[in-house]
Design a protein around this ligand. Structure first.
Ligand SMILES: Cc1cc2nc3c(=O)[nH]c(=O)nc-3n(C[C@H](O)[C@H](O)[C@H](O)COP(=O)(O)OP(=O)(O)OC[C@H]3O[C@@H](n4cnc5c(N)ncnc54)[C@H](O)[C@@H]3O)c2cc1C
Length: 472
């Protein structure tokens, strides 16, 4: 059995290498525009970070060299003529797994040539007690990377330009309607999904990939149920200048009763803020004067105003018990850097919510990224989940293409759905529970989470499992 599988893998690899050397089996056509009712193999609707990366991944897949791929994006093309000196206020924490995906089609090289910041340690702690958890790697491997969204988008756009003979990108093009094929095709009906664009033109595709964000029109047109709710919080983002230059390779997050505040490293002297708090407080934070804003951040990280003697004593008791039972090292607390000022005009706020599509696939349809799941930013996982969707979907589609199967068939689309729903529902549930558990200063819950966090911090295998899950 093992030998057979190995043989199959080798023969596939040899065939793929030969195909790559030979070039496309069927000549790859260049498409300069959309003719009415052009039939594409795959159309990706929505060219945000996830949709653009999906189109890239397919464009560089050796089994897709004879396929016609189209990316539709309602917004303009986003390339950076020159790297701006000022950092953007929209950044993402990119996991090693996501970096591997971006490397697989050359986008990570662009990012490395522009700018990003690796972090090697993550410290998460409670504002209501001394409890904390520290994630770090003994071998000094990177835990993740903070990258500006504009830089990722630039890298993806450059890589899409390089495969423009396989992937057509239509910017400023809005998909306004989707028509699904009949389950039982009639003589004159099309077997493909028909897409109508804002200018009235139409096109068809064998597989539609919905990557059009959390308000996905694709998901709505398909009538797929979406479990969703808005949180009572908005996230305030800003670019911050630290009081002094440091190694700045730690991602910090403190859970305040009003919501988590995170400081993500950008350079020796700059960090990015993501502060989730009530809508009213968020509005206040973005409009208050800069000095007051900086004071509010420093106090959010340093103040012990939410501590109580009872919780502190209970936490200390468990701390001593752990030290007695496990005299080996438990990661030590570090102090976060203090903030000196905020970049002018870098403050912005984003309302937060959770969403999860009941189905990720239907015949001739797959949902990816925020169109399939929307998550609170406290775990820094939204775009990473989307990139994980891409790795899985491309794997299933590439196998189908290699075997000459219909790309829109449920036989491989369900494989994608099973893989990803398993991972994504676990993450969504864990994030939602954390958000709720920490949005209170009620003593029993504070005690529960204090002991839970201290115990988790002391159990290395558990921490390693959490790190392995988050780094996918
Ligand atoms: C404050 C904040 C901080 C975050 N931090 C992190 C982090 O550190 N790490 C992380 O992994 N995630 C993070 N996230 C989440 C992450 O930003 C999102 O998960 C990710 O951007 C979703 O990408 P997407 O491409 O799926 O959707 P979107 O970014 O919403 O893109 C959808 C695209 O589809 C286009 N579109 C929509 N409708 C149509 C149409 N009809 N026709 C054509 N085009 C259309 C839109 O123009 C858009 O470009 C954060 C989110 C927030 C709010």
């Amino acid at each position: 059995m093992g030998t057979m599988a190995a043989r199959l893998a080798v023969s596939r690899w040899v065939a793929a290498r030969a195909a790559a050397r030979r070039g496309p089996l069927v000549s790859c056509r260049r498409w300069s525009g959309v003719a009415t009712d052009t039939v594409y193999d795959v159309v990706v609707s929505g060219g945000g970070l996830v949709g653009a990366a999906m189109a890239c991944a397919l464009g560089y897949d050796v089994h897709f060299c004879d396929k016609k791929i189209l990316l539709l994006e309602v917004g303009p093309k986003k390339v950076l003529e020159k790297l701006p000196e000022t950092y953007s206020n929209r950044v993402s924490s990119i996991s090693p797994g996501s970096a591997t995906l971006l490397s697989s089609f050359g986008a990570w090289d662009h990012i490395c040539n522009m700018r990003y910041r690796a972090f090697r340690r993550m410290q998460v702690w409670d504002a209501c007690s001394e409890a904390l958890i520290v994630f770090d790697k003994d071998n000094l491997d990177d835990m993740g990377y903070i990258v500006e969204n504009d830089v990722i988008m630039h890298a993806l756009t450059k890589q899409l330009e390089a495969v423009s003979d396989r992937v057509t990108v239509l910017y400023r093009s809005k998909a306004v309607g989707y028509t699904w094929p009949y389950s039982f095709p009639m003589a004159d009906s099309s077997p493909w999904v028909q897409i109508t664009l804002g200018d009235g033109s139409t096109l068809q595709t064998k597989l539609l990939i919905g990557a059009d964000g959390h308000n996905s029109g694709v998901r709505q047109a398909a009538g797929i149920q979406n479990v969703s709710w808005n949180y009572d919080q908005s996230a305030v983002v800003a670019t911050l200048h630290l009081s002094e230059a440091t190694e700045n390779n730690v991602a910090w997050q403190r859970f305040l009763p009003s919501g988590p505040i995170a400081l993500l490293p950008l350079s020796d002297t700059l960090s990015s803020l993501v502060w989730s708090t009530s809508h009213e407080h968020a509005a206040e934070l973005v409009s208050m004067d800069e000095e007051k804003f900086v004071d509010a951040i420093n106090s959010a990280f340093w103040s012990d105003v939410n501590h109580t003697d009872f919780i502190d004593s209970a936490g200390t008791m468990l701390h001593y018990a752990i030290a007695f039972l496990k005299p080996t090292k438990v990661s030590a607390r570090q102090l976060p850097p203090s903030v000196a000022r905020v970049d002018a005009k870098s403050r912005a706020l984003f309302p937060l919510g959770l969403g999860h599509a009941a189905e990720y696939v239907r015949p001739r349809l797959a949902l990816i990224g925020d169109a399939a799941h929307r998550v609170h930013p406290l775990a820094g996982q939204g775009v990473n989940m989307g990139f994980g969707d891409i790795s899985s979907l491309v794997h299933h589609l590439s196998t189908a293409a290699f075997n000459g199967k219909d790309l829109g068939s449920m036989s491989h689309l369900t494989g994608y759905e099973t893989d990803r729903q398993r991972h994504n529902t676990a993450l969504l549930a864990a994030t939602d529970v954390l958000k709720r558990l920490y949005s209170t200063s009620a003593t029993p819950l504070v005690l529960l989470r204090t002991w839970g966090l201290q115990a988790t911090n002391a159990v290395s295998p558990l921490k390693e499992q959490i790190m392995a899950f988050a780094s996918k």
